[in-house]
Design a protein around this ligand. Sequence first.
Ligand SMILES: [Zn+2]
Length: 152
Amino acid sequence: MRLGNERRRWHGTTRACNIGDARRCYPRPRLLTCCGQSNCPLCCILWSSFRVDKSNSSGRLFNRFGAGIYTSSTSSKADDYAESAVPSYYKAMLLAKVIVGRGYKSTQDAQMTSPPFGYDSVIGEAGGSLKYDELVVYRDDAIRPSWLIVYQ
Ligand SMILES: [Zn+2]
């Protein structure tokens, strides 16, 4: 993998706990401890970073660029995947540092399982069959969570 070419990208995933929520009591400190549940994808990422073998754990069938870790520069795209599995007034998503290396550009659903030979990642560009940009990496060490964003 080529070093460098680092980008910041959004990643939405399921939150099975209330991490990031404000407590009801004054002065409303936020809950900032990982729940430790293996079925909480958000906390698993916060605890031990992203893992390709855990990607697509939501069970969604549509995975246009294969088994990788999907991110986007469009926060509303990541919001589509930022689901709260428990009642909450908030949603949460991650801002991650992603090492693009040499990115293969595509504007179409490629139905690929890995980047073409000589490339490290896939850059899905909006237009063609893609509504939003995507950046897909296929190695655990190509991406790290850097910020937890809590929003309504
Ligand atoms: Zn959790």
